[in-house]
Design a protein around this ligand. Structure first.
Ligand code: 13P
Ligand code: SF4
Length: 304
């Protein structure tokens, strides 16, 4: 295809790397140099030798890449690709919450703006949230966790710690209902149920495994089972099927589509490389403050 050849050519000319989240559309996943979860993408962004990072994902992910590699140009092919959950808390709201709980440590999900991260002690992804709390926040009696109340509830349950939760949630994962899983289980009784921790507690309670997107890919590849019901955004099914010929993956719900993750197209990737747009920038003072908690996030390996 012409467009793919042109992307490849420009990628070399610009010394660019293309990073894509597991929820991106199949065509975009297929031209990426690396496809993965928020933790894997951050690690790639921190160690790449490219001059330009084309981030096929959503805004907070591109910001995180910029914080980790401030000297590089970070491009978001569609500048309107935001994360509604990240937008559920502002830095002002977090400062107010901190003032109400002055002794609490503050942990944020990576799905937050750079300004919010600048207010936090630690940052985690869905892959390492339990490990961060268990290993790196042992001495904190109370932990403010923002913005995902469902991930927070899951981690609090796993660690037995006292969490102060924010009322945020992912509208895409919230669309998946326990009855969706029950229906699929009736159809595919031998399938293992893999659930993302952004889903509600009613779902994590009936999961065989609760995993980040990368954790799901790794688990499915290693498992001796051949059928899986997947409770997360549908984009991941492309990668799972591609990596595991012979295994079957069924969506828990056809409604689990994140419109923001679908905004990136091959055309937008091409235009982004042609014109070096749309650049994501983070003020230097915010980079310094947010970097501390993001560095901590990279130190903790996933627990699956
Ligand atoms: P992970 O891929 O890190 O599990 O995150 C899921 C998600 O919703 C990203 O926005
Ligand atoms: Fe945000 Fe949910 Fe979309 Fe992930 S799937 S980008 S958490 S809205």
């Amino acid at each position: 295809m012409e467009i793919i050849k042109e992307i490849e050519r420009l990628k070399k000319e610009r010394n660019a790397v293309i990073l894509a989240h597991n929820y991106q559309i199949p065509e975009v996943q297929d031209i990426a140099d690396y496809v993965g979860d928020s933790l894997g993408l951050s690690i790639q962004a921190s160690k790449t030798e490219a001059d330009v990072i084309v981030f096929c994902g959503v805004h907070f992910m591109a910001e995180t890449a910029k914080i980790l590699s401030p000297e590089k140009k970070v491009l978001l092919p569609d500048p309107a690709s935001g994360c509604p959950m990240a937008d559920m808390i502002t830095a002002d709201e977090l400062r107010k919450l901190k003032a109400e709980h002055p002794r609490a440590a503050v942990l944020c999900y990576v799905n937050t703006s750079a300004e919010v991260k600048a207010e936090c002690d630690m940052c985690c992804t869905s892959a390492n949230a339990v490990g961060i709390v268990a290993d790196h926040m042992k001495d904190n009696k109370e932990i403010i966790f923002v913005p995902d109340k469902y991930l927070g509830t899951f981690v609090a349950g796993k660690t037995g710690r006292n969490f102060i939760l924010w009322e945020g949630y992912c509208p895409t994962h919230a669309r998946i209902m326990p009855e969706d899983i029950q229906k699929q289980k009736e159809k595919y009784p031998d399938a293992e149920v893999l659930v993302h921790p952004e889903c509600s507690p009613a779902l994590t309670a009936i999961a065989d495994k609760v995993l980040s997107t990368e954790g799901m890919c790794r688990y499915a590849a290693a498992s001796s089972k051949t059928e899986f019901i997947i409770a997360t955004e549908l984009g991941i099914l492309h990668r799972m099927a591609k990596d595991n010929p012979g295994k079957k993956f069924y969506p828990a719900s056809e409604r689990a589509i994140c419109p923001n993750m679908k905004r990136t197209t091959l055309e937008k990737v091409l235009w982004s490389l042609q014109d070096l747009k749309h650049e994501v920038d983070v003020p230097a003072e915010i980079i310094v403050r947010a970097r501390k908690c993001i560095d901590g996030m990279l130190l903790s390996q996933p627990r699956h």
